[in-house]
Design a protein around this ligand. Structure first.
Ligand code: TMP
Length: 204
């Protein structure tokens, strides 16, 4: 297969309540409307490992910070196989969270170099959009939408994760910060424009 057939792997990142899931969905729909085959996916996945992670996030399963980091990495290892297969067979893959989430969240308690090591087999996405929204706005949205609180969903943690994302955007490849504190259609237009400018897809 020629390299021309390989389609991009696009990732959305951000704080809980930043709207990253909405923007990932909107890009997926926009590309589909333009005739591309698109697979929208997320981490933690819906698989068995993703289920374990969800239990840990809800506090039902007690695990250490390092164990949780390994669970995310294991879930990602399996997920990466699927992503590779799809992009190599002509499908655009959009993931709601990927390895930058591990670096931004788990590095609060766990050494970042070790996190990079256990995620060594993960892909470098063609582009990662970090949807940047002030933690206070995210918290208000989460309080409206949820009846329970998960791990990481407090102001102090969200502030730290935001700082981590900003630093990682400088350190990691192909990361773009998008101001997500604007109307949904304005944010979407900027994302669509970036996708065009990056020339990741022929014919856009
Ligand atoms: P979600 O609410 O966007 O589905 O994500 C679940 C939570 O898991 C969210 O707080 C971010 C966190 N997370 C990590 O801490 N590390 C990771 O590697 C991933 C994928 C998510």
């Amino acid at each position: 297969m020629s390299n021309k057939d390989r389609k991009p792997f696009i990732v959305f990142e951000g704080l809980d309540g930043s709207g990253l899931t909405t923007h990932a969905f909107d890009l997926h729909r926009w590309l589909k409307e333009r005739g591309y085959e698109v697979y929208l996916t997320k981490e933690p996945t819906d698989g068995v490992l993703g289920g374990l992670i969800r239990s840990a996030l809800k506090g039902e399963l007690k695990v250490s910070a390092r164990t949780l980091a390994l669970l995310f990495a294991a879930d990602r290892t399996q997920h990466t196989e699927t992503i590779k297969r799809l992009i190599n067979s002509g499908v655009v893959v959009i993931s709601d969270r990927y390895k930058l989430s591990s670096y931004a969240y788990q590095s609060i308690e766990v050494d970042l170099d070790w996190l990079r090591k256990i995620n060594e087999g993960a892909l470098t996405p063609d582009v990662t959009f970090v949807i940047d929204v002030p933690p206070a706005v995210c918290m208000r949205r989460l309080q409206k939408e949820r009846f329970h609180t998960e791990l990481y969903e407090d102001m102090e943690t969200l502030e730290r994760v935001r700082e981590n994302y900003r630093r990682l955007a400088e350190e990691e490849e192909n990361v773009i910060i998008i101001d997500g504190n604007r109307p949904q259609d304005v944010v979407n237009r900027e994302i669509f424009q970036k996708i065009k400018e990056l020339e990741l897809l022929e014919g856009l």
